[in-house]
Design a protein around this ligand. Structure first.
Ligand code: ADQ
Length: 492
């Protein structure tokens, strides 16, 4: 089959989904903006989900419904319910929902990020279950159901719901939009049934999700965990052969669709003259002479991403291989995330302290081993970081997929560079032979893997990177979307 791209996706939509509205629902808006000196400044949020869905929405020219937090209104103007995006070249429409502050706090920081997020990730943080968080979560799912129903009504439509913020939405929509085909994609891991069992509202969550026609996870392992959880918790029939669940006479297909990135766009941006210019700027800004070996990390500041563990690995590397002191630099971008959740505050402090420790232990007046940039770094600049790196280090304790790994691979148009990848990411299933897999809990192993990355010969790097690039080129985000849409089209 020919490789999928924006054109093949548009074609698929034209031929297979004709006459249907296409609606995506997510918590987060795909573009955020602020006003600076009378000018609107746009940013793309640091979110893997947005990276994956924006190209799909451009191709479908659909409607994206999201919580309208990210765009500050023009001075003197009210908030707009509808906004056409992407900025400067609009191809789809945003419908923005506003939430009362307390409700938002309880639904987002509360149930979504203090209960479901730690529940689904094995990172040894206890989930916090509060009744008021759960009530807000239910209320917000109701609000979104109402907002989508206003647009879809009883018209034929495809509604594609994103993530753990909206587990209840599929069932709520089934009642309100009788002709809609409903898909839900769960962007984070699904845990073992014994883990999920502690959730006081587990049955409601499962029933909500089973309102979908199609339910997607990144990898088969998460899909199997979900089927086992349903089997354990509710009266439903599991059809393992068809990978489906029948609950109250409704069939939900449950499949694995590994998410990806727009390989061609990342690759061509990575080789643009702008990226080359940025690489030169970075060399100067951080005094990266040719004999400096650069490692790179880029993450939201989230405890699942294993940042303190990564710093422990770097510490061990400099301890065991002192010959690299003075000529090894690790450049880490960490964008603050979910700052109203206490656990994330603690993490911030922990990361600061760990950076300080490593720098004090090994640094000299001329050299600092870790440079920590606590900022949102635009993708165009991250590509320059990736291109300068000898290796990128992804040390997640648990991660649904991890798109940083794929962006790094797509950016390496020169065919070299090494990916150090946690074995607990979804991406590790695709790169198990060509990345250097690491266990973030084992600092010694990480130090050895860093050593292997900095001493790997060029031929081996090329072989490994070449195969990883082929993997992402073939299995790009358009294939992810096309596979889902083809499945959806079968419901019509
Ligand atoms: P995330 O947890 O957000 O996504 P990930 O897949 O790594 O994680 O994507 C992060 C995105 O943010 C990347 O595009 C990256 O370039 C960007 N980013 C990271 N740090 C940044 C920084 N400092 N500044 C600017 N941008 C930054 C969730 C799941 C993942 C899953 C995705 C998609 O947790 O497992 O891969 O959804 O399904």
């Amino acid at each position: 089959m020919a490789r999928e791209n924006a054109d093949t996706l548009r074609n698929l939509i034209r031929t297979r989904l004709r006459g249907h509205k296409f609606v995506t629902v997510s918590n987060r808006e795909p573009y955020v903006s602020e006003w600076r000196n009378g000018q609107r400044e746009w940013k793309r949020p640091a979110s893997g989900m947005v990276v994956a869905l924006d190209p799909v929405m451009r191709a479908t020219r659909g409607l994206w419904v999201a919580y309208g937090k990210g765009m500050v209104a023009a001075p003197g103007n009210g908030k707009s319910e509808f906004v056409d995006v992407p900025p400067g070249n609009p191809s789809y429409r945003l419908k923005r929902i506003w939430l009362p502050e307390e409700e938002e706090q309880n639904y987002y920081s509360g149930f979504s990020n203090s209960a479901l997020w730690p529940l689904c990730h094995i990172a040894y943080r206890l989930p916090i279950f509060h009744e008021k968080h759960w009530h807000a979560y239910q209320a917000v799912n109701e609000r979104f159901a109402q907002a989508v129903a206003e647009e879809v009504g009883d018209e034929p439509a495809f509604v594609f719901i994103q993530d753990y913020h909206f587990a209840l939405l599929p069932r709520l929509l089934r009642k309100r939009c009788p002709r809609a085909v409903i898909a839900h994609f769960w962007h984070i891991p699904w845990p073992d049934p014994e883990v999920f069992r502690v959730c006081p509202w587990k049955e409601e969550i499962l029933r909500g999700l089973l309102g979908s026609d199609l339910l997607g996870f990144h990898i088969r392992f998460h899909r199997n965990n979900f089927l086992d959880t349903v089997n354990q918790q509710i009266e439903a029939r599991i059809d393992r052969e068809r990978s489906a669940v029948v609950y109250r006479r409704h069939l939900t297909k449950v499949r694995a669709f590994p998410i990806s990135i727009d390989f061609d766009s990342v690759s061509s941006n990575a080789m643009s003259p702008e990226t080359e210019a940025r690489m030169n700027e970075l060399r100067q800004r951080y005094r990266l002479s040719d004999d400096v070996i650069l490692g790179v990390g880029a993450d939201r500041l989230d405890y699942t991403k294993g940042l303190p563990e990564r710093l422990a690995g770097i510490d061990r590397f400099l301890d065991r291989f002192p010959e690299y002191r003075g000529r090894f630099v690790f450049l880490q971008a960490g964008v603050p995330s979910r700052t109203s959740v206490a656990e994330y505050h603690r993490l911030n402090e922990e990361v600061n302290a760990a950076v300080r420790r490593v720098n004090e232990k090994y640094g000299t007046p001329e050299w600092q081993p870790v440079i920590f940039v606590r900022e949102h770094v635009p993708l165009a600049e991250l590509l320059a970081w990736y291109r300068l790196a000898r290796f990128v280090l992804v040390s997640s304790l648990h991660d649904g997929m991890n798109l940083v790994a794929k962006e790094f691979v797509a950016s390496r148009v020169d065919g070299v560079g090494v990916l150090l990848l946690s074995e607990f990411t979804g991406a590790a299933r695709e790169f198990r032979n060509d990345a250097l897999l690491i266990n973030p809990y084992a600092a010694d192993g990480m130090a050895e893997a860093i050593h292997r990355a900095v001493t790997m010969d060029c031929d081996e790097m090329r072989r490994r990177m070449g195969r990883m690039r082929e993997q992402v080129r073939e299995n790009n985000v358009y294939k992810w979307a096309a596979d889902i849409l083809r499945k959806l089209a079968k419901f019509v």
